[in-house]
Structures are given as structure tokens and as C-alpha cells.
Design a protein around this ligand. Structure first.
Ligand SMILES: Nc1ncnc2c1ncn2[C@@H]1O[C@H](COP(=O)(O)OP(=O)(O)OP(=O)(O)O)[C@@H](O)[C@H]1O
Ligand SMILES: [Mg+2]
Length: 261
């Protein structure tokens, strides 16, 4: 079967330039303990045209406390990679270690527990349940792990306070603004106390001012809760605020810095 890489279908020309050689040289890796290790990762799909290889022998590390941006053209495989990091998808080959847990070795039940305890997810679209209140939405991951409704709602209230939405706790999620909904989804992602925040274009559906507000909040929560965060974004201004930017392109990862105008 022929091996093909996905054709990027984003806007022509990349706003990012390579850092020196573009390779992930050791000097780029921060001197903090590694929390996420990606080793020789491969993901492929069988399609009518042959085998679609999104990435192959992909290796990189994320240090504890890093706020890492992943950029790349549409179709490069960023969401797929994020799903693999969060044990929502499995690679075709290679390994991901998160907090020394080898994800490939987890049973379905262990993977579910890993997703509930170790990782918080935020998506471009908030996926809140519109008929439920903000507090009930935030409480869901705690209810899923068997906490009582009273305890879960109490903690949800504390988290809504963290995202400055205490006064919206009893509002239906469907009645909140886009920015408020994304703040609720951040509270839902973090209510279980994960070490890692994975966010896939968390501001992609917001206007630029609201995107800035939500990113400010991500930055503040990242710092105050000692998170390790991986943010997929197309927004160069926001990527520039991260501690490191990796670009996924044609199946390989390289470190880049934003081109300043
Ligand atoms: N189940 C699947 N079977 C075949 N191809 C798939 C499957 N899932 C994803 N793909 C393909 O893999 C490629 C990468 O998809 P992915 O969603 O990871 O890209 P992305 O970098 O997140 O893009 P975007 O920036 O548009 O969100 C796409 O070309 C997509 O069509
Ligand atoms: Mg995507």
C-alpha cells in the first residue's frame, strides 16, 4: 500500500518560522521534570487512496508546568495527537507516558479512570448540556466518579467562582454567552484536579476580545494550579504567549517561534 501524508488544506503560507535547525534540539527542552513523553508515535488510517500516515516516529517531551502550544495547518493531525495524549484514541505504534503511566498498557477501565483523574479537556465547542445548569455541568465529572450530588455541586460552585461565574451557577448552560460557556467548560475540565490540561482550539469559536479573556483565564489557572497544559491553536497571538510552540507538519514536529510583524 502506498504511504501518503495528508495534504494541508489551511491558508497558504505559514505564519511561523523554524527555530534554528527546526529540530527539537536538547537545548529547547526546559530543565524541569518531564511529565509527558511521546516516543516514536505513529498514527495511520486506511483510506481508499492508500494508507494515510498522519505522523510517524514522532517523539517529544512536555515538562511539568509547561504551557505548550501546538500549531499546524488544518488536517495536520493536531486533534488526533491531542486525543492520543489524553487516552481518547490509540496510536498505531509508539508510546505515550503521562506522569509515568504508559497509556498503551491501560485497560479500558483504567483508561477511563486516567481520563477522569489525570487530564482535563477543553474543546473548541464547549459540549455543555444546554438544559442543565452551569453548576450541574461542572459537577458531571465528579458524579461520574461516584461523588454525592451535594459534594459535587459544592465543588462545582467553588470552580465556577474560580472562573468568575459564581453568579451564573444556576443559569442553564444554553442561556450563557459563548465566552461564559467556555469558562464553564474550563471549570468542568479542572474540577477533578487533573495535572494536565489538554485544550483543542479553546478560543476558536470566540471573537478576538473574548478569546483573549478566555486565554487570560487559562494562563491564570495554569499558573495557580501548577498545571501542565497543551493547547492546540490557530491563533498566533495566543500561541506566542505560551512557553513553547511546536508545529506539526507533514508528520513531523518542529519547534517554531511566531513571526513578529
Ligand atoms: N477515522 C479517520 N479515518 C480516516 N481519516 C481520518 C480519521 N480521523 C481523522 N482523519 C484524517 O486525519 C487528518 C488529521 O485530522 P485532525 O482532525 O487530527 O487534524 P487537525 O490538525 O486537528 O485539523 P484542524 O486544524 O482542521 O482541526 C485529516 O485529514 C482527517 O481527515
Ligand atoms: Mg483539529
Amino acid at each position: 500500500m502506498e504511504l501518503v501524508f495528508p495534504e494541508p488544506h489551511g491558508p497558504a503560507g505559514s505564519p511561523y518560522r523554524k527555530v534554528e535547525s527546526g529540530r527539537l534540539n536538547p537545548s529547547c527542552v526546559p530543565e524541569r521534570p518531564t511529565l509527558i513523553q511521546v516516543r516514536d508515535l505513529r498514527k495511520e488510517y486506511s483510506t481508499g487512496r492508500g494508507r494515510l500516515v498522519l505522523f510517524d516516529r514522532l517523539s517529544f517531551e512536555v515538562a511539568e508546568g509547561e504551557l505548550l502550544a501546538i500549531v499546524g495547518e488544518s488536517g495536520a493531525g493536531k486533534s488526533t495527537l491531542l486525543h492520543i495524549l489524553g487516552a481518547l484514541d490509540t496510536p498505531s505504534a509508539g508510546d505515550v507516558y503521562c506522569a509515568s503511566i504508559q497509556l498503551r498498557m491501560l485497560s479500558a477501565r483504567q483508561a477511563a479512570s486516567f481520563r477522569n483523574r489525570e487530564v482535563g479537556y477543553v474543546w473548541q465547542f464547549h459540549y455543555l448540556l444546554p438544559e442543565f445548569t452551569a453548576a450541574e455541568n461542572v459537577a458531571i465529572p465528579l458524579l461520574a466518579r461516584g461523588e454525592s450530588r451535594a459534594a459535587a455541586l459544592k465543588r462545582a460552585g467553588e470552580w465556577l467562582n474560580e472562573v468568575e461565574l459564581a453568579d451564573r451557577a444556576d443559569h442553564r448552560a444554553g442561556e450563557l454567552s459563548g465566552g461564559e460557556q467556555q469558562r464553564v467548560s474550563l471549570a468542568r475540565a479542572l474540577v477533578t484536579g487533573p495535572k494536565v490540561l489538554l485544550a483543542d482550539e479553546p478560543t476558536g469559536d470566540l471573537d478576538s476580545r473574548t478569546a483573549g479573556v478566555v486565554f487570560d483565564l487559562i494562563e491564570r489557572l495554569h499558573e495557580s494550579h501548577g498545571l501542565t497544559s497543551v493547547i492546540v491553536t490557530h491563533n498566533m497571538t495566543l500561541a506566542d504567549r505560551c512557553s513553547r510552540i511546536l508545529r506539526l507538519e507533514k508528520g513531523a514536529m518542529e519547534e517554531v517561534s511566531p513571526q513578529r510583524m
